[in-house]
Ligand binder design. Structure first.
Ligand code: UDP
Length: 489
């Protein structure tokens, strides 16, 4: 039988490349040939951070790249420019790449399937134009996907403006059906930001949690130009994915159940984790992992270490970083802190901090996060609530201390603290800072909370069961593979 050759295309950000690489590793172990397409700049960082022994050819994954269309020298952090240039130029670059691969290959080696990040939804259109079956892969919570699927209806009914997706505040409906779909407005004291004001809450079905309309992720970018590009890109990608043959996501059915009736044909296959044979795997990291912290963790007592990591994009100002460092010092607990080179200012540590705490801490640039979270010495996870970090923490049964930074991280925080009840939230003071006292008190409260610990272990059990033979995610993944094979027969 013809070998399946999948072209996998992630959105060019760390939290997208990692889960699509995990899926690619899995598919490659199950006989697929994978061409993994990064943008040129990310390709270089992924290749540079591969461990020396990695051999992408051996494990059936070929790393290639195409341009993202930005001008040379463009500001790396100008996401609005990135979003606009992706949609303007990448469809063409992708089409050319697929043609080149197919024209230079014999029949058995042509691209037979495209697996595109839903944030690159236009790639489904490219695949369809070229008569190649396509799968769309969603990397965030299904809750967020539910929100995106209702965008056009929210615009039509006047809940959102069409340019920036800002919610309008003039509704007289307090609760009930609103025009075309179920919508419930609740004027409730805000439980999400701690601000004691009345907020407009809405639900997409009676079974789903109410969400604060101020927390729509595209409104949490802090920049109106970016907000417009972001909203435009979400709307067009959400339209473009509709013709995909399969829809997959990195979630667990049992954890997001009420969303699935609103996400027809979506197959949850998460949590996508490292497989047992990690040597053969490619990670997709943009920074090289510092694994020296693992032997240090081996020496720490069980459930004693505070692990702090804020993903790939969070920035902490010097004052905030300083305050958390002092908070960590005063907890008296050992800690492991992932401090990316661009997380904060180079001189943000309190005087003498690292020397004073050398015996009870490790600071690394990029941690082997899944191995860290799986380590028995970890007591809790201080996180920015990125979806991958959320899934990884759940899968390892670790209690969370939440500090969302932007976009969908506030929604993920709601899951962790309000719905799953496996963590606590760090609250800012009036000056917009999380003071050291808040940090110390919440760490103490979290470590003493047996209910949270028990819930975290329950969720771990649920997520573990989903990825073993017969579990929901494993069954979906197996059916997906079988379905591709059938289509290509
Ligand atoms: N990560 C890691 N080491 C670190 C920090 C993060 O391996 O020191 C990984 C983490 O395991 C996760 C990804 O980077 O898979 C971050 O994705 P997430 O969605 O949590 O956050 P984002 O970077 O998208 O904000």
């Amino acid at each position: 039988m013809k070998k399946i050759h999948a072209l996998v295309l992630p959105f060019p950000a760390q939290g997208h490349v990692i889960p699509l690489m995990k899926l690619s590793n899995y598919l490659s172990e199950h006989g697929f040939k994978i061409t993994f397409v990064n943008t040129d700049s990310n390709h270089e960082t992924v290749v540079a951070s591969l461990p020396k022994q990695s051999n992408s050819k051996e494990n059936g994954i070929r790393l290639v790249s195409i341009p993202d269309g930005r001008d040379p020298g463009a500001n790396e952090r100008d996401f609005a420019h990135l979003l606009d240039s992706i949609s303007a130029s990448m469809p063409n670059y992708l089409e050319v790449l697929i043609r080149e691969i197919n024209e230079s290959s014999d029949d058995d080696d042509k691209i037979t399937c495209v697996i595109a990040d839903e944030n690159m939804g236009w790639a489904v259109k490219v695949a369809k134009k070229m008569k190649i079956p396509a799968a769309a892969f969603w990397t965030a919570s299904v809750w967020l996907r539910t929100v995106h699927l209702h965008l056009e209806q929210m615009i039509e009914t006047g809940i959102l403006d069409s340019e920036e997706g800002k919610s309008k505040k003039h509704f007289t409906v307090i609760s009930g059906f609103y025009d075309k779909f179920y919508l419930k407005f609740l004027k409730l004291p805000d439980s999400l930001t701690g601000v004691p004001t009345q907020q407009q809450m809405m639900q997409f079905s009676p079974d789903m949690p109410a969400m604060n309309t101020d927390l729509f992720p595209w409104t949490l970018t802090g920049d109106s130009i970016l907000q417009k590009s972001f909203f435009r890109s979400i709307r067009s990608n959400t339209q473009d994915i509709r013709d995909a043959n399969w829809f997959l996501c990195n979630s667990v059915y049992e954890l997001e159940k009420p969303n699935f009736p609103l996400n027809k044909n979506l197959l949850p296959v998460g949590p996508l984790l490292l497989a047992a044979d990690q040597q053969a795997q490619l990670s997709g990291n943009f920074l090289a992992e510092d694994s020296t912290c693992l032997s240090w963790l081996d020496q720490q007592p069980a459930r004693s270490v505070i692990y702090l990591a804020f993903g790939s994009s969070t920035i902490l100002d010097k004052h905030q970083f300083h305050e958390i460092a002092l908070g960590l010092e005063h907890t008296g607990q050992p800690f492991l802190w992932a401090v990316r080179p661009n997380l904060t200012d180079i001189d943000a540590y309190p005087d003498g901090f690292q020397a004073r705490l050398a015996n009870r801490s490790r600071i690394v640039g990029w941690a082997p996060q899944q191995k860290v979270l799986a380590h028995k010495s970890i007591a809790c996870f201080v996180t920015h609530c990125g979806w991958n970090s959320t899934m990884e923490g759940v899968a390892m049964g670790v209690p969370f201390l939440c500090w969302p930074y932007f976009v969908d991280q506030f929604l993920n925080r709601s899951y962790i603290c309000d719905i799953w009840k496996v963590g606590l939230q760090l609250n800012k003071n009036e000056g917009g800072i999380i003071p050291k006292e808040e940090f110390i008190n919440k760490v103490k409260a979290l470590l003493a909370d047996e209910m949270i610990r028990a819930r975290a272990l329950e969720l771990q059990d649920i997520s573990n069961k989903s990825v073993v033979e017969g579990g929901t995610s494993m069954t979906n993944l197996t059916n997906f593979i079988e379905s591709i094979k059938c289509k290509l027969k």
